[in-house]
Design a protein around this ligand. Structure first.
Ligand SMILES: *Cc1c(COP(=O)(O)O)cnc(C)c1O
Length: 414
């Protein structure tokens, strides 16, 4: 179908079309990605793009905010209902900016931040030296135990007690198990620290009641809106009433200017979707699919970090197959399977190569795939990684991948 974009800017139009076809034809197993609904995309691509609305509903620095005020209020009310939160800020442009505002709300430069080691599943914005968080704050890290690959809560409590950080941040990008927020609360209380939980990856599972909610235990909860939550790219912050003013002030005017009203509208649509029973069924299937994928790969001789998964993602240790994360990611890409290399805990290889591969089920589950398709997907992965340098064989797998994808049409109206 020819669009306005195709007519006015054929170069960009064609590239967007190519990307749509790529999304349609490949098995999307990147754990942080998902396919937003057409309604979410419509709001995101709407004329709301044109509006400046610095400030908050009812307190704007610009006129003409009658309707965008109602949009932001709907987004706030829906997300508060979804997570039973006292206060919500839906303006963060991204998960990283949500974290920045959360930290600035309760820390000064130089204060101590205790976050999860990036190599153990943490996120750049939890204190990496190449990130603002590591440059502005004094960072200490906790991690997982080498034997169980589960968070070492005893070490966390000890470190919190010793360092007395101003903030402890929980949450991760590659931890396949449930985080014990009560233990983090205990650690924060021991240190008299503020507890920030970054639920960027598993917010959708929390919304569906499958993953324990950090709301209530944490002082501040941050998230992205585009991962399991399946909304537009963006962030959000939830907090208790007494912190509301500080948090809001750190988003605007603290670190951001005008909010992206079109994105806020798309967030409202996604929160509305997340409040439906369909969304709960979806998240249940996400977890079933991830477990099925992991079980298949374990049966094929891959070591699954922590022995499996309780969430939407699994992490493979490729060392027993004599493969690096980088080589596996590249071979799978040739076979039409999108994944990402990922460090595993205590990884001997640098993070540009890694020994691990992260796989997630949210995107394929959105396409309607269930356990039988996970069996097929795992079979393709096993086959591709058995001969990662055989381009002919990878091409043949790619054809099988495309055949499977065609049975689960993506964006059929586009
Ligand atoms: C993805 C992620 C973020 C960052 O989100 P962006 O929107 O890419 O900035 C923050 N924290 C965690 C734990 C994440 O997984």
């Amino acid at each position: 179908m020819e669009t306005i974009l195709d007519r006015q800017d054929p170069q960009i139009g064609a590239l967007v079309k190519n990307e749509l076809e790529r999304q349609r034809r490949c098995l999307e197993l990147i754990a942080s990605e998902n396919f937003a609904s057409e309604a979410v995309l419509a709001a995101n691509g709407s004329i709301l793009n044109n509006k400046y609305a610095e400030g908050y509903p009812g307190r704007r620095y610009y006129g003409g905010c009658e309707f965008v005020d109602q949009i932001e209020e709907l987004a706030i009310n829906r997300v508060r209902k979804l997570f039973q939160a006292e206060h919500a800020n839906v303006q963060p442009h991204s998960g990283s900016q949500a974290n920045m505002a959360a930290y600035f709300a309760v820390m000064k430069p130089g204060d101590a931040l205790l976050g999860m080691d990036l190599a153990h599943g943490g996120h750049l914005s939890h204190g990496s030296q190449v990130n603002f968080s590591g440059r502005i704050f004094t960072v200490h890290t906790y991690g997982v135990r080498e034997d169980t690959e589960l968070i070492d809560y005893d070490a966390l409590l000890k470190k919190a007690d010793e360092i007395k950080p101003e903030v402890i941040v929980a949450g991760s990008s590659a931890y396949p198990r449930i985080i014990d927020f009560a233990k983090f609360r205990e650690a924060a209380d021991l240190a008299n620290a503020v507890l920030v939980v970054d639920m960027a990856h598993f917010a959708g599972l929390v919304a569906a009641g499958i993953y324990p909610s950090p709301v209530g235990l944490a002082d501040i909860v941050t998230s992205t809106t585009h991962k399991t939550l399946r909304g537009p790219r963006g962030g959000l912050i939830l907090c208790k009433k007494p912190l509301a003013k500080q948090v809001d002030g750190q988003i605007f005017p603290g670190i951001q200017g005008g909010p992206l009203v079109h994105v806020i509208a798309a967030k409202a649509v996604a929160f509305g979707e997340a409040l439906t029973p369909d969304f709960m069924d979806y998240q249940h299937q996400v977890v079933l699919n991830a477990a099925r994928l992991a079980a298949n790969l374990a049966d094929a001789g891959f070591r699954v970090v922590s022995g499996g998964t309780s969430t939407h993602l699994a992490l493979l240790d490729l060392r027993s197959k004599n493969l690096t994360g980088l080589a596996a990611e590249q071979a799978l890409e040739k076979a039409g399977i999108a994944t990402n290399k990922n460090s595993i805990p205590f990884d001997p290889r640098p993070n540009t190569i890694t020994s691990g591969l992260r796989l997630g089920a949210p995107a394929l589950t959105t396409r309607g795939m269930k356990e039988p398709e996970m069996d097929q997907a795992a079979g393709f992965i096993v086959e591709a990684l058995s001969t990662p340098n055989d381009d002919n064989r990878l091409k043949k797998i790619r054809q099988k991948v495309e055949t499977l994808c065609q049975l689960f049409p993506l964006y059929p109206n586009m």
